[in-house]
Design a protein around this ligand. Structure first.
Ligand code: ADP
Ligand code: GN1
Ligand code: MG
Length: 359
């Protein structure tokens, strides 16, 4: 969408040239994102950080700054790391009069997809996220702020869901009884990975935590993995959720907000392709992690259903929505995907075992 106004915040960053256009950009659900062009022929991404989601934007920027610097020292091609533009005072964010936090990156010129156009695209996204996690395996995890506490603690996500259900702020619960029942009947299973983490059966790693296909860029010419975006939730977490979230989004046969549920299934071929890519790029996965990969995909999908449903009950405060029941539509598509994974469970397990054995 064209934005006639050039966001004044851009003037506080050390960009090359004078901004000549500013348009909303991308399909992210959280931050307000603009693409800015200047008369010097340069392109930038300008973002207003969502303060409802990130209560401490300064901590977010400290994490993102430390991670990009760490990556920059280790990648072969400088295009593999994001490039933040400093504000006037040299820090990587600017706070406006309304106490809103802004940041600016160089526009990374690559292919950003909502659905894979080819099998190879999806394989490359697995390489990007797997490599990202592998590169961060020695990052000092204790220096990272927890930008969203208990982000992928599924047990805690259910606790928050129960609170929203009890409160029923918009009187919506009465019309979604079947949906509520779907997630509640799976509540015990949903805690499996959190339980294993607490028992020390799964390692805590530095993970991306938001591994949607549209958070990765492919090289325009070669279509190879180029750069991982959206580093706001890089925190200690489970590799299984990084794997699973990519499957949830990219190996599904329909968009996250598809209304026709018959279209929403798991594409097993894409599941296999991603599994192969992720295991190749991330060779340090333990046998237990590998065994639990299908569970990572199922639980994160269920977690998203719970998060979308919670936000629907709360009156759509967290995720950007385009129409009144957008979050409910999203929740239902995720539930359909969970049901489809359940029906393909043995095949998912067989695929993982086969890839682990043969590569
Ligand atoms: P959100 O948290 O709202 O998802 P993102 O940081 O993922 O915000 O940005 C939203 C979208 O903007 C991305 O999906 C991508 O399309 C685009 N984008 C973000 N940063 C860059 C960048 N540095 N270069 C090119 N495109 C970007
Ligand atoms: C949000 O920011 P974005 O659009 O990449 C969300 C993810 C969800 C995703 C669902 C910080 O991701 O956790 O999985 O929407 N990010 C945050 O599409 O909550
Ligand atoms: Mg994003």
């Amino acid at each position: 969408m064209k934005n006639q106004v050039i966001e004044p915040a851009i003037r506080h960053f050390q960009v090359e040239g004078t901004p000549v256009s500013c348009e909303t950009y991308g399909c992210g659900h959280i931050n307000l994102t603009y693409m800015v062009k200047t008369d010097a022929g340069k392109e930038y991404i300008l973002q207003r950080i969502n303060k409802y989601v990130f209560s401490d934007p300064k901590a977010v920027m400290e994490n993102v700054g430390a991670i990009t610097q760490y990556l920059r020292e280790r990648v072969e091609d400088p295009r593999e790391a994001l490039n933040f533009i400093p504000a006037e005072d040299g820090v990587y964010y600017y706070v406006d009069e309304a106490e809103e936090y802004w940041r600016c990156y160089e526009f990374a010129d690559g292919v950003c997809l909502e659905t894979p156009e080819t099998d190879s695209d999806f394989y490359e996204s697995a390489i990007a996220f797997g490599r990202f996690q592998n590169l961060l395996s020695d990052f000092p995890a204790d220096t990272l702020h927890e930008t969203i506490p208990e982000f992928h603690n599924t047990v805690d996500r259910y606790r928050i869901f129960h609170e929203a259900l009890e409160k029923d702020a918009c009187g919506r619960a009465k019309d979604i009884k079947k949906d509520i029942s779907f997630v509640l009947t799976r509540e015990v299973e949903a805690g499996t990975l959190q339980g294993m983490l607490e028992k020390g059966l799964l390692p805590l790693r530095v993970t991306h935590n938001d591994t949607k296909l549209n958070n990765v860029l492919l090289d325009k010419q070669t279509r190879k993995a180029l750069c991982v975006l959206d580093l706001d939730t890089v925190m200690p977490g489970l590799s299984l959720f990084d794997f699973g979230d990519s499957i949830r989004f990219g190996a599904a046969t329909a968009a996250e907000d598809e209304k026709d549920l018959s279209k929403m299934t798991l594409n097993l071929k894409l599941f296999e392709i991603y599994t192969r890519g992720f295991m190749t790029a991330c060779p340090s996965l333990t046998p237990k992690e590998i065994e639990m990969l299908p569970m990572g995909a199922k639980i994160i999908t269920l977690e998203l259903a719970v998060r979308f449903l919670t936000d629907y009950l709360n009156g759509d405060l967290y995720f950007k929505t385009d129409y009144p029941d957008h979050n409910l539509v999203r929740a239902r598509s995720q539930m359909k995907l969970v049901a489809d994974m359940e029906s393909k469970w043995m095949q998912m397990k067989d695929i993982v075992a086969r890839v682990a054995a043969n590569g």
